[in-house]
Design a protein around this ligand. Sequence first.
Ligand code: ZN
Length: 137
Amino acid sequence: MSESIARPLPALTAGNTFFWTSGAQGELRFQRCQACRTYLHPPVPRCPQCLSDDIEVEAVSGRATVGAYTINHHPWHPAFPPPYAVAIVEIEEAPYVRLTTNIVNCDVDEVTIGMAVQVRFERAGEVWLPLFEPRGR
Ligand code: ZN
């Protein structure tokens, strides 16, 4: 009997744990500068726009749009059986915030640029991976 191979996971740090564990509450969260309201990702200690260090973590809707994607057909890693969609999604509240992720729960041929998607967390131990699926599924 073969065991499934786990996908590589991010290392949790003091600065990124809020991001990788927010799926436990079903929320996608980002840092947001409280001085100029810019969303910040990946996590930073100081806002690069206005240099404020008044930064809090806020939840967003989880809605996003596919900005770019590719369909992988090569078996690069046993945890990722092909074909699968790797996408860059733009967060609804802040399209300048882009996440590299997988589009799941649809046929890879359905993925298009501009596709409306929503976050769907996949738990792997302590980490909740923010994957995206077509909106309304
Ligand atoms: Zn700022």
